[in-house]
Design a protein around this ligand. Structure first.
Ligand SMILES: [Zn+2]
Length: 62
């Protein structure tokens, strides 16, 4: 499913495809399409809303 996440660096909205088959908890690194900084995204599937709850932080900050 496509979900929107907000870049932890510049605040830009990005869209990323999450594969529900890949598990209910996922961790991936996506580059922001505007500032190109890597963002670490932790996705936890929410059974009530049927989307992933996303936690985004900047990779180099940790
Ligand atoms: Zn950005």
């Amino acid at each position: 499913m496509n979900q929107t996440w907000q870049c932890a660096c510049c605040g830009e909205q990005n869209e990323t495809w999450f594969d529900p088959q890949a598990g209910q908890r996922q961790r991936l690194i996506e580059d922001c399409r505007v500032c190109c900084r890597p963002n670490v995204i932790t996705a936890t599937y929410n059974h009530y809303t049927n989307v992933y709850d996303l936690l985004v932080y900047q990779e180099d900050v940790g």
